[in-house]
Write a protein that binds this ligand. Structure first.
Ligand SMILES: Nc1ncnc2c1ncn2[C@@H]1O[C@H](COP(=O)(O)OP(=O)(O)OP(=O)(O)O)[C@@H](O)[C@H]1O
Length: 344
């Protein structure tokens, strides 16, 4: 792996602009990812959080077009290192996938084949994406297993996935994802199925990747505690759209969207020193096929006003990269601006 220089640290690696994706269901197109826009810099960990079905996986899998057959991308751009991946023919995209962008999943068996040894699978990835000789591929495979914390990699390389424990399989999957030094790693709930100790070890490993190699990571999770630990910036998703985005401090300590507020009340205190009662958000997310031009959260929102049921709120920019899609916040910001104008 090459150690990226400090100068590349703030460079934008990924820019998603107005991504719109629908699913074809019984001849109808159901909008599911709605105007999603965000930027990811080199060496940054971007967390995506939201309830089940909010679009975390689909919006991230759209980057490498790993989508169900009935998915239709209806608009937007996905600029990776300046190149629009949506315009790239599938054959070209396959070269990017696994080499410059790779993905790790909750279930390691999504990407590990039970019929082949771990060494064979690492070798296949390296054969496909690099010009390394057979000998160098073996050396690299051993180095990768060692890097992800697998002891005795020379012996382990000849073993099959079932001979590994759950945590070790997760590490082996991470090793295959890292084989070609990806610039972007998409981690979709990579620690959810693991016990707390192993979860912490995997998080430490991902942090090390970010620190040492400036790998950019999209980290999808339900777990706001894990998110507070690893992420620099956070996207809060609800009903296929980003309802709030900001850096970790803005989201945890200065959030403005009622949904973010509800999410944060539904977990134990992130600092762990104050025991707050858990208050789940009442109600359920909307049925996407029935959603009109209203605020998707209106029916569950304790602050909903008349306009919320009639019109989707615009995205308000609060400065320093903090955005919120909520009428209440929009009006509060307008009022502040009005007061500022009156003062001058
Ligand atoms: N093949 C499909 N056809 C129709 N709708 C789909 C299909 N696949 C996913 N969806 C819908 O897309 C929406 C977003 O799904 P996605 O898997 O991205 O959610 P998620 O936030 O990652 O959820 P989870 O946390 O449960 O993984 C959901 O409402 C889901 O029902």
């Amino acid at each position: 792996m090459t150690n990226a220089g400090e100068t590349t640290e703030k460079e934008t690696i990924l820019e998603v602009k107005d991504l719109k994706l629908s699913f074809r269901i019984q001849k109808k197109l159901v909008p599911t990812i709605r105007d999603v826009s965000y930027t990811l810099r080199r060496g940054e960990v971007l967390g995506i959080v939201g309830e089940s079905g909010s679009g975390k996986s689909i919006s991230s899998n759209a980057i490498i077009r790993l989508l169900p057959e009935n998915a239709v991308i209806e608009g937007g751009q996905i600029l990776f290192d300046g190149q629009d991946l949506l315009k790239l023919p599938l054959r070209e995209l396959r070269k990017v996938r696994g080499r410059r962008i790779s993905e790790i999943f909750q279930d390691p068996m999504t990407s590990l084949d039970p019929l082949f040894t771990i060494g064979y699978q690492l070798n296949e990835v390296l054969k496909k994406h690099t010009n390394l000789s057979r000998e160098d591929r073996e050396k690299r495979s051993i180095e990768l297993l060692r890097m992800v914390g697998i002891n005795q990699p020379e012996r382990r390389i000849d073993q099959y996935p079932h001979e590994f424990s759950g945590g070790m399989r997760q590490r082996a999957m991470i090793a295959t994802a890292l084989a070609c030094d990806p610039e972007l790693l998409i981690a979709d709930e990579p620690t959810t199925a693991l016990d707390v100790t192993i979860q912490a070890q995997i998080i430490d490993l991902l942090k090390e990747l970010k620190e040492k190699f400036h790998t950019s990571i999209i980290f999808i999770t339900h777990d706001l505690g894990v998110m507070a630990d690893i992420c620099d910036r956070v996207l809060v998703m609800y009903a296929g759209e980003i309802v709030e985005s900001g850096d970790k401090r803005q989201i945890f300590y200065d959030h403005r969207h009622p949904y973010t507020e509800g999410l944060l009340h539904s977990i134990p205190d992130v600092d762990g020193d104050e025991k707050k009662p858990l208050v789940p958000i009442e109600g359920n997310p909307p049925e996407m096929s029935l959603l009109g031009d209203e605020c998707a959260f209106a029916r569950r929102c304790p602050y909903a006003m008349r306009i919320c049921a009639r019109k989707r709120p615009p995205e308000a920019s609060l400065g320093d990269g903090h955005t919120v899609r909520c009428w209440k916040v929009f009006h509060e910001e307008q009022a502040k601006e009005g007061m500022r104008d009156a003062d001058t």
